[in-house]
Structure formats: structure tokens, C-alpha cells
Design a protein around this ligand. Structure first.
Ligand SMILES: Cc1cc2nc3c(=O)[nH]c(=O)nc-3n(C[C@H](O)[C@H](O)[C@H](O)COP(=O)(O)O)c2cc1C
Length: 282
């Protein structure tokens, strides 16, 4: 896996067209993406529109309190480009802790795993400190080199080899003290909803939109994934939320956070017919 890193101000449409996936980074200033990342999108939007549809991307945002506006902008731009988020954007508020840097590392690895060939090269890890860059728009590129050439690649090359199983297993694979050690520790909350008869698509989309804003306002959320059921199983639930936290305490902060409670009271409870939930340590 080859990683090409570009500052957002100089990343160009050819860089984007040539890459197979994207990892975007930005501070949150004045309620929006950095001017540099906005400039990046201005430059690449139309030249990339047709050719980069469905390509995977991840994004990390660094603010100090409220990333909601930046998240909205990012969502609308990447929806227009039809890029596919491998995870919800990662929001880091305040000084990045070790867990934040690890989450950034994992975000990059998840994008890379999307691009991994079926016979992936041997693992090589990127130190977490390299993952959080200011206004960078690093571009991940699937390596087209042969396995032999990959093995010879000089260490100074910015290359990222990803864990072959990351795509299948996600954070939970291995558990605490398992193959990925501390990286995997944390606390996961999974909740599924059944909507009441007569619930409209608009109401469901409103729930998704409101929940999707929570990572921007609740810094304890390490990663957050939500989605409507694909409709394959007749007795499935209708909607799922998977949230990862550094600890049970952080989960409880999320559970009781006023912004979360407001979404529950205003958007979920009125259309709720059934609920199932599990919390477990990773
Ligand atoms: C002019 C200005 C506006 C800011 N606006 C926001 C904001 O809207 N939301 C937020 O969460 N943080 C805001 N911040 C805080 C920065 O995002 C924060 O300092 C962050 O650490 C910057 O990231 P960086 O150190 O990676 O550049 C603002 C900072 C400045 C200087």
C-alpha cells in the first residue's frame, strides 16, 4: 500500500484521480472545515466528480468544542462526490490523547483495508503520531508494485501496509490483550431499533441526521456508525447504531449527554416500537 501525503493547499485533481482512496484531515475553525480543505475540494470537485464515485475515504477533524458545522459541510461535499465513508468522521476535541492518535491510525488502516489486495503484503505499521496532520489531505493509493518490489521498498517511502483482517474484524477482533493489544481496548455500545407502523422515510432520515451530529458535540465518542437495515431479513430490526468509547465511563457520558437525550426524546421515542441493546468491553 502506497501512501501519498499532500498538504490540502497543494493537493490537486490529478492526485485525487490517481489515488484509490482518501484520508482527509482538518482543524475546525469558525464552525467550518479549514480554508485549506475547502480550497482542496473547490479545486478537485468537478474534475473528480465522475471518476471517483464510490471510492473509500476517512476524515479526522480537530477542534476544541463543536465540530457540527464542519461535519455537515464534509458530509454534503462528500455526498456530492459520492465518496464512500469507511467510518463516520473522527472528531478529536482538545489535545489529542493517545487513544485519539490510535483512533486516527485505525481510521487510516480502515481506509487502507478497503484497498487491500486479496494477497496483502506483510504488515508494516504507521506510527500514530504520523496520522494526525494539520490540514493535510493525505491520499492513499493501492500499490501496483509486485510483491517483490514492495518488499524492496526503502523504509523512507511513505507507505502504509494494512492488517489484512481489519476489514472483516474491525476494532473488536482479538479483544483486550489480543493480537492488536491496547489498540483494541475500549467499550462498545450496539443498539437496534424497530420503528412504529407508519414511520416515514423522512422521520428515519431525521434520526440518522441528528445522531450523525453527535460525534461533533460529544468528544467521548471514539467512533460512531449507524445505518438503516438493508431489508433482507423479514424479522430484522430497522436501524442500528454502533458506538465505540475508550471506557464504560465515556459511554455513560454519551448515554446521559443532553444532546443525545434530546435526539432520543425528540426524534427516536416518537417513532419507536422496539429496542435491543448490548454493551461490551473490547
Ligand atoms: C479562529 C478560530 C476559530 C475556531 N473555531 C472553532 C470551532 O468553530 N469549533 C471548534 O471546535 N474549535 C474551534 N477552534 C479551535 C481549533 O479548532 C482548535 O484550536 C484546534 O486545536 C486546532 O487544530 P490544530 O491544532 O490541529 O490546528 C477555533 C480556533 C480558532 C483560532
Amino acid at each position: 500500500m502506497e501512501v501519498v501525503s499532500r498538504p490540502a493547499l497543494t493537493a490537486s485533481a490529478p492526485d485525487v484521480l490517481e489515488a484509490d482512496g482518501y484520508l482527509l484531515g482538518t482543524p475546525v475553525n469558525l464552525g467550518y472545515l479549514s480554508g485549506a480543505l475547502k480550497h482542496f475540494f473547490d479545486q478537485i470537485y468537478y474534475p473528480s466528480l465522475d471518476e471517483t464515485s464510490r471510492r473509500p475515504y476517512g476524515a479526522y477533524l480537530h477542534g476544541n468544542s463543536d465540530a457540527a458545522g464542519a461535519l455537515r459541510a464534509l458530509d454534503s461535499i462528500t455526498t456530492g462526490l459520492r465518496w464512500r465513508a469507511v467510518r463516520p468522521p473522527l472528531v478529536v476535541n482538545g489535545d489529542p490523547a493517545k487513544a485519539d492518535l490510535e483512533a486516527c491510525w485505525e481510521l487510516g488502516a480502515t481506509v487502507a483495508a478497503e484497498l487491500a489486495p486479496s494477497d496483502p503484503p506483510p504488515t508494516r505499521t504507521l506510527p500514530p503520531s504520523r496520522a494526525l496532520r494539520r490540514s493535510g489531505a493525505p491520499v492513499l493509493r493501492r500499490s501496483r508494485a509486485s510483491p517483490a518490489r514492495r518488499a524492496e521498498a526503502p523504509r523512507s517511502d511513505a507507505r502504509l501496509s494494512t492488517r489484512p483482517s481489519a476489514r472483516r474484524c474491525g476494532r473488536g477482533c482479538g479483544g483486550r490483550g489480543g493480537r492488536y493489544g491496547d489498540l483494541m481496548s475500549g467499550f462498545r455500545h450496539v443498539v437496534m431499533f424497530v420503528w412504529a407502523e407508519g414511520t416515514t422515510t423522512g422521520q428515519q432520515e431525521e434520526v440518522a441526521a441528528r445522531l450523525g451530529e453527535l460525534p461533533g458535540v460529544i468528544p467521548q465518542i471514539r467512533s460512531y456508525s449507524l445505518g438503516a437495515d438493508a431489508g433482507i431479513g423479514a424479522d430484522n430490526h430497522d436501524f442500528v447504531v454502533v458506538g465505540d468509547f475508550a471506557s464504560e465511563e465515556d459511554f455513560l457520558v454519551y448515554r446521559d449527554h443532553p444532546a443525545h437525550r434530546a435526539v432520543i426524546d425528540e426524534y427516536i421515542t416518537p417513532i419507536l416500537a422496539g429496542r435491543a441493546a448490548v454493551q461490551y468491553e473490547l
